[in-house]
Write a protein that binds this ligand. Structure first.
Ligand code: GLY
Length: 355
């Protein structure tokens, strides 16, 4: 299993027992895990992903630097990623077997353990905004489908036609996956552009691409959020871990914040996000030890066909120190803390010297 500890450049205290100082604020972001290798990522595309991850840090860092809340930082960063066709969420989300985008998101406030989640969203431009509205303005934690969107309209959230979410890359992934599974290929969605003559190739993140953010603000509050289009060619209203509080997302002040990306069914079965936090809270494990342990559990969990789970997590401890762990060849990941240098990594072997 790949394991990386982020290098915080705090000077070591003269007193060996003094606790490491907490950063004033801190943020960690992922843009999905997958078979992301140098061989299948062109230099141009790699540069686009690195720029997008840097933008994500800049968006969140600017809010946190001026004393804004971790919740605002999480929402703002994920909104930007939902608008970016590079990521499997919002515009750029994968398609279900029915030829539609079905979006899921969740958010959690570690200061109150309030949470909001939505699943099977097809018209709301920013599912993370809808999840936050569920948390703040409804009596529920989770809303799904048409009901969720009807609620979003009462909150004045922006609605878009389904073609807004269309990207050729994801449509081609859908066709390939349906052919592989011998399933019918639906008509191109109404409003989608005509099929192009030539296609760019992309790394394989279609089974578990997701975006997520955990932030620690200057008030010591932790928030976490996750947003996804789910898995390519999903059927029958299938929903992965991203909108499940305790599986794809969790936050608890003083303990942890977690966002996951992976084959959702395994992350639900292991209860990844809550399990990591429970290990930190009750066993006093470090964020890295807890994340490593739980990702190893995912990798040891198999489905009926004997296939093991894969993916990764970003984790913040109660004092704003961020780590990540994953068992895939790559994960788009980035972190920064107040006064520190942005760290952006993609491939599994990056940052190994920091361990
Ligand atoms: N992790 C995204 C999903 O399983 O839907």
């Amino acid at each position: 299993m790949k394991r990386i500890l982020l290098a915080f450049s705090f000077a070591l205290s003269a007193c060996a027992t003094a606790p490491e100082p907490a950063p004033r604020w801190s943020i960690v972001v992922h843009g999905g895990a997958g078979v992301i290798e140098r061989a299948n990522l062109t230099p141009e595309l790699e540069a686009q992903y690195r720029a997008a991850m840097n933008r994500a840090l800049a968006t969140g860092g600017e809010i946190l630097e001026r004393g804004g809340s971790s919740l605002d930082a999480v929402e703002a960063v994920i909104r930007g990623m939902e608008d970016d066709p590079l990521f499997n969420t919002g515009r750029g989300a994968v398609f279900g077997a029915d030829g539609k985008n079905h979006l899921d998101a969740s958010i959690m406030d570690g200061s109150t353990r309030a949470a909001g989640a939505v699943a099977d969203i097809t018209h709301t431009r920013h599912p993370i905004g809808l999840a936050r509205a569920v948390m703040e303005s409804s009596p529920h934690v989770m809303l799904i489908g048409e009901g969720a969107e009807a609620f979003g309209q009462t909150q004045g959230l922006e609605q878009v036609p389904p073609s807004y979410f269309f990207t050729e890359r994801r449509w081609q992934q859908l066709e390939a996956e349906l052919r592989r599974r011998n399933l019918p290929i639906p008509a191109r969605p109404e409003g989608a552009p005509p099929a192009p003559q030539s296609l760019q190739t992309y790394p394989d993140d279609h089974r578990f691409g997701t975006v997520g953010v955990v932030a620690f603000d200057t008030h010591g509050n932790i928030a976490a959020g996750t947003s996804t289009g789910g898995t390519t060619a999903k059927q029958w209203g299938g929903v992965g871990d991203s909108p499940i509080i305790g599986a794809g997302t969790y936050a608890q002040n003083g303990v942890c914040g977690v966002s996951a990306t992976g084959t959702g069914e395994y992350f639900i079965r292991v209860g990844v996000a809550r399990e990591i936090c429970a290990r930190m809270e009750l066993r006093h494990e470090t964020a890295q030890a807890a994340a490593d342990h739980v990702i190893a559990e995912v990798g040891a969990t198999t489905n009926a066909a004997g296939v093991a789970g894969d993916g990764g997590v970003i984790v913040m401890d109660g004092r704003g120190r961020a780590v990540w762990a994953f068992n895939t060849p790559g994960i788009y990941r980035a972190s920064q803390f107040a006064g520190g240098t942005p760290v952006v990594q993609i491939f599994a072997d990056e940052g190994e010297d920091d361990e």
